[in-house]
Design a protein around this ligand. Structure first.
Ligand code: NAP
Length: 310
């Protein structure tokens, strides 16, 4: 079976399509035919040798990226009674999603509910878990509060806008003008061009800042919080910098690392099924075009999600 791997850290062209072994199934495992894999900034940062992801795999190359997958069951290991061949599954895996097939523990994945497309299920798990955990577990967002979301049109941000609105918050979304109508359509109450200083100056203070850009952008936007306001800064590489700047202003700030929580993912997939949540998929690349998919995510200006098709 074909798999995209890197042999060494480097640019997008390090991703090469290779022929990989089909491992035997251990008890409790399932073999999945990958239909779509989500492409996330962490995949590209790790491929480039940056951050915690690269630290974790630097002695284990070659490595195949891909944490966010959707596919159908090809084969069941012994002791797997919860699924049947052909079932559509999705979820967060520990890597290796960029292949025609993958072998996972059966309990790692969940059934895709009726009414949820393969593409939406594929783009949900990493971005949706980050948005949900960031706003609720870390941000403690309450109905009636004002939340500022940067990179609001991106993979995590466009889900965070919808979830924050559903929680009863007033949502202020930052994006370039070409994404403003898109964000209003997702429920954003106020939409601001992050490159427009006058529009930013006029912004009324917020209770929570969900920072999806980090670095200097994260630091600069801290001036828009109410006294005692809260900050969740999501990009891990710059989190210490943004947290230090926030604390110097007397704000409560935290970084985060999304975790696997299939109960949450089940709820989010149910929200898609009943029309309360939408995953926007703007680009789909065939597996063989992995480098182009990485260049797209590295542009920093993707609307919604990028997927690879298996
Ligand atoms: N800690 C964790 O567990 C975790 C989990 C997931 C993601 N992350 C990190 O969170 C960040 C966001 O992830 P993502 O998947 O949402 O990224 P993404 O999809 O690549 O984000 C793209 C969006 O960023 C916007 N953008 C770019 N520069 C901006 C700026 N200066 N101000 C406001 N918006 C800007 C773009 O909007 P325009 O095109 O309108 O400019 C675009 O829509 C990444 O750094 C990622 O690594 C961390």
């Amino acid at each position: 079976m074909k798999q995209l791997v890197i042999q060494a850290f480097g640019d997008a062209d390090q991703l090469k399509l290779t022929e990989a072994e089909r491992p035997a199934l251990a008890p409790g495992q399932v073999r999945i035919r990958m239909h779509y894999a989500g492409v996330n900034p962490i995949d590209a940062k790790t491929r480039a040798g940056l951050g915690w992801g690269a630290q974790a795999i630097k002695d284990k190359l070659p490595w195949s990226p891909g944490f966010e997958v959707m596919g159908s069951v090809l084969e069941l290991g012994v002791e797997v009674n919860c699924y049947q061949v052909g079932d559509r599954l999705f979820g967060l895996v520990a890597g290796g999603g960029y292949g025609e097939e993958l072998v996972v523990e059966a309990e790692e994945l969940l059934l895709v509910p009726e009414g949820v497309s393969d593409e939406m299920a594929a783009g949900l798990s990493l971005a949706g878990a980050t948005a949900w955990q960031g706003l609720t577990d870390h941000g403690a967002l309450q109905a009636g509060e004002r939340v500022l979301i940067s990179a609001a049109a991106g993979g995590v941000g466009h889900l965070a806008v919808q979830l924050a609105k559903g929680l009863g918050a007033t949502v202020v979304a930052l994006a370039s003008p070409g994404n403003h109508d898109f964000l209003r359509g997702l429920g954003a109450d106020e939409v601001i061009d992050y490159r427009d200083p006058a529009a930013l100056d006029a912004l009324a203070p917020v209770d929570l800042f969900f920072d999806l850009v980090g670095g200097t952008s994260g630091e600069t936007l801290l001036s828009h919080l109410k006294p005692g306001g809260r900050v969740v800064t999501v990009p891990t590489i710059t989190a210490p910098q943004v947290i230090a700047a926030a604390e110097a202003r007397g704000l409560k700030a935290t970084g985060m690392l999304r975790r696997i929580d299939n109960e949450h993912l089940d709820i989010l997939a149910g929200m898609i099924a009943d029309g309360r949540l939408k995953v926007e998929v703007s680009h789909v690349f065939p597996l063989a075009e992995g480098p182009a998919a990485h260049r797209q995510i590295e542009s920093g200006h993707t609307r919604g999600k990028v997927l690879l098709r298996g």
